[in-house]
Write a protein that binds this ligand. Sequence first.
Ligand SMILES: *[C@@H]1O[C@H](CO)[C@@H](O)[C@H](O)[C@H]1NC(C)=O
Ligand SMILES: *[C@@H]1O[C@H](CO)[C@@H](O)[C@H](O)[C@H]1NC(C)=O
Ligand SMILES: *[C@@H]1O[C@H](CO)[C@@H](O)[C@H](O)[C@H]1NC(C)=O
Ligand SMILES: *[C@@H]1O[C@H](CO)[C@@H](O)[C@H](O)[C@H]1NC(C)=O
Ligand SMILES: *[C@@H]1O[C@H](CO)[C@@H](O)[C@H](O)[C@H]1NC(C)=O
Ligand SMILES: *[C@@H]1O[C@H](CO)[C@@H](O)[C@H](O)[C@H]1NC(C)=O
Ligand SMILES: *[C@@H]1O[C@H](CO)[C@@H](O)[C@H](O)[C@H]1NC(C)=O
Ligand SMILES: *[C@@H]1O[C@H](CO)[C@@H](O)[C@H](O)[C@H]1NC(C)=O
Ligand SMILES: *[C@@H]1O[C@H](CO)[C@@H](O)[C@H](O)[C@H]1NC(C)=O
Ligand SMILES: *[C@@H]1O[C@H](CO)[C@@H](O)[C@H](O)[C@H]1NC(C)=O
Ligand SMILES: *[C@@H]1O[C@H](CO)[C@@H](O)[C@H](O)[C@H]1NC(C)=O
Ligand SMILES: *[C@@H]1O[C@H](CO)[C@@H](O)[C@H](O)[C@H]1NC(C)=O
Length: 661
Amino acid sequence: MSLLQKLVSMFLLFFLLLMCIIPSFFAFPPNPSATSFGAAKYVAAEGNKESEALLKWKASLDDNHSQSVLSSWVGSSPCRWLGITCDNSGRVADFSLPHFGLRGTIHSFSFSSFPNLLTLILWNNSLYGTIPSHISNLTKITQLDLSDNHFTGNIPLEIGSLQSLSNLDLSYNNLIGRIPFSIGNLRNLSLLYLWENKLSGSIPSSIGNMTMLTRLDLSTNNLSASVPREIGQLESLVGLSLSFNNLHGSLPPEMNNLTHLEILQLFTNNFTGHLPRDLCLGGLLVNFSAGYNHFSGPIPKSLRNCTSLFRFRLDWNQLTGNISEDFGLYPNLNYVDLSHNYLYGELTWKWGGFHNLASLKLSNNNISGEIPSELGKATGLQMIDLSSNLLKGTVPKELGQLKALYNLTLHNNYLFGVIPFEIQMLSQLRALNLASNNLGGSIPKKLGQCSNLLQLNLSHNKFIGSIPSEIGSLHFLGDLDLSGNLLAGEIPSQIGQLKQLETMNLSHNKLSGLIPTAFVDLVSLTAVDISYNELEGPIPKIKGFNEAPFEAFMNNSGLCGNASGLKPCTLLTSSSKVAKRKSNKIVILILVPLLGILLLLPIMVGCLYFPNRKRRERISCLGERQSPHGFVVCGHEEEILHEKIIQATNNFNFNNCIGKG
Ligand SMILES: *[C@@H]1O[C@H](CO)[C@@H](O)[C@H](O)[C@H]1NC(C)=O
Ligand SMILES: *[C@@H]1O[C@H](CO)[C@@H](O)[C@H](O)[C@H]1NC(C)=O
Ligand SMILES: *[C@@H]1O[C@H](CO)[C@@H](O)[C@H](O)[C@H]1NC(C)=O
Ligand SMILES: *[C@@H]1O[C@H](CO)[C@@H](O)[C@H](O)[C@H]1NC(C)=O
Ligand SMILES: *[C@@H]1O[C@H](CO)[C@@H](O)[C@H](O)[C@H]1NC(C)=O
Ligand SMILES: *[C@@H]1O[C@H](CO)[C@@H](O)[C@H](O)[C@H]1NC(C)=O
Ligand SMILES: *[C@@H]1O[C@H](CO)[C@@H](O)[C@H](O)[C@H]1NC(C)=O
Ligand SMILES: *[C@@H]1O[C@H](CO)[C@@H](O)[C@H](O)[C@H]1NC(C)=O
Ligand SMILES: *[C@@H]1O[C@H](CO)[C@@H](O)[C@H](O)[C@H]1NC(C)=O
Ligand SMILES: *[C@@H]1O[C@H](CO)[C@@H](O)[C@H](O)[C@H]1NC(C)=O
Ligand SMILES: *[C@@H]1O[C@H](CO)[C@@H](O)[C@H](O)[C@H]1NC(C)=O
Ligand SMILES: *[C@@H]1O[C@H](CO)[C@@H](O)[C@H](O)[C@H]1NC(C)=O
């Protein structure tokens, strides 16, 4: 390109730039939490005994709020009272008062007065005290839900006599002690939720007799010992969660009989041994997590054909095996985390076929080979973490096709080559970590177009050249680490525009000259390290610099200022030299454009005016418009959708992953 062409394109770029700066909006969608109330049916009332019993309980409730909630509870016809439904014979059949903030105990509730009661639903109130043993007098009850209250004490062993129960939910209370053995008598039980209590001891072997169970959630308790082999008899189980307990030992081989499982959560226990071999034999497994245990051996072979798999977490175990042999094709897979294991082998082209994959986390394994370029076809990807493996080869340019990519973490591998120019297309990128590889060349100016970056870590590579001033257009950047490279020249003053920057590490490079005066604008800075460079002159008078330890400044060419271990800036001795060099540069900077104006004026009369003050950086989407790929990423519509997905993913709650029945 001739100088003329360069200047013409510079003008065009500048004006297009002005037109292209579009503010970005972060949308946080409302979190819908809907609850429905069944319409009350009214049947002719009868039975003074029932109304008396209810009024007695009402009177026992503590506060005025509870009294006013139950203000319709007057007279002797309970069938019309709030929360009460009667059967055809006029007896109370359903008692449902969820979400009313009722405060008190159920000690004075005369259970034996309600021989026809089928459902008792009191979830999400402020009830406390123990669950009385005379609850066993509800001989016909099919649904008992006391969850999300403050009940304490043991689960009464008399609960075992409620043999008609199909749903029992005591979750989210403060129950202690063991799960009573008698619970095995509930042979019609379909749903048993005891999660989020303080239950201890072992899981009773009697659960094997509850063969109608479809959902069993014992998560977030203090259960210990190993899982009884009788669990294998629960062949109707669709959802099983044992997460967040102190369970240990190997899983019984009988668990292979649970072929109807759609959800299996074993997260955060002390399990050892192998994962059940036949887990997905039924082809129904959707969500499986066994993370944070001590499982060893291979990923079960049955998972190779598990096309139903949606979410899959085996992170923080001691699993071994060749990932290219053990991993199949999963058309529905959305989330996979196998990080912190001993997996080896290579990533194959197959990974490009995971069209629904949003998160791919394989960090801290022994995976070798190259990052397959086909990964660029998994266009749903939002997060890739392949850090701390043995990957070699280059960063494939095809990753630039992952428009939804939010976090690209590839540090601590053996990657070489340059950062592909296509990185600019990752307009959603928040985090880019390529640290501790063998990457080289210069840091691409195009990186400045990843305008949503919050974290940028390129440390410990072999990057040369100067720090591109375009980094200054990453307005949301909070963490910048370029340390341990071969970067030279002056620090661009545009870095001073990074008002959100909290940590900045430029140490162990060959940076020279003065620290730009614009750095006084780095108001958010809390941690800085510019040691082991050739910098000189005063440090900026801001908190981040003034409060940094001497180690942050050591081994430079003469820094001064108000920080520990630095000399105060009294004389201009060393900096005057730099200042002179700088003024030479300014002369050149002004002369060249002036020359340009003279050359161009005849051609461009009346069209444009040249901004001959400070040269503006190209922070726009122009690059894409000009690129052969023709991608345009100036818009931000996708971002809203993206935020929604990220929120949903982050809000994933392991405790209630089976869902409210
Ligand atoms: C409850 O209501 C009674 C009378 O309606 C009143 O005297 C009392 O102060 C109230 N208690 C509280 C805690 O508001
Ligand atoms: C629990 O009940 C309160 C009202 O007492 C309500 O505001 C809240 O949304 C309910 N929580 C759930 C999870 O339904
Ligand atoms: C109610 O249950 C208690 C405890 O299980 C029992 O002792 C009592 O006899 C029962 N009362 C009636 C009326 O059934
Ligand atoms: C258990 O369920 C079956 C089928 O729904 C029913 O016939 C039986 O009566 C129930 N048993 C009890 C004790 O309620
Ligand atoms: C299961 O039920 C059978 C038959 O009632 C009984 O013999 C057995 O002891 C029960 N097993 C457990 C573990 O409760
Ligand atoms: C959990 O159970 C163990 C015994 O298995 C006990 O020593 C420990 O105190 C319990 N922890 C809590 C928080 O209940
Ligand atoms: C599990 O299934 C096998 C057959 O596949 C059977 O032999 C075994 O008895 C079953 N175990 C249990 C606990 O049901
Ligand atoms: C779980 O295992 C870890 C490491 O083996 C151990 O430190 C911890 O005490 C164990 N916890 C229980 C409850 O067994
Ligand atoms: C699997 O997990 C996802 C994400 O948490 C959830 O939306 C989905 O409902 C779960 N699937 C089943 C079958 O529970
Ligand atoms: C997986 O499915 C293929 C054919 O669909 C079959 O040949 C193979 O045996 C299956 N593998 C396993 C481990 O189930
Ligand atoms: C992993 O398995 C593949 C396919 O069988 C094979 O080509 C490769 O050499 C294996 N990798 C290692 C590290 O064993
Ligand atoms: C990106 O992923 C890494 C590793 O999983 C994590 O440490 C980092 O916080 C993530 N960054 C953002 C902005 O989500």
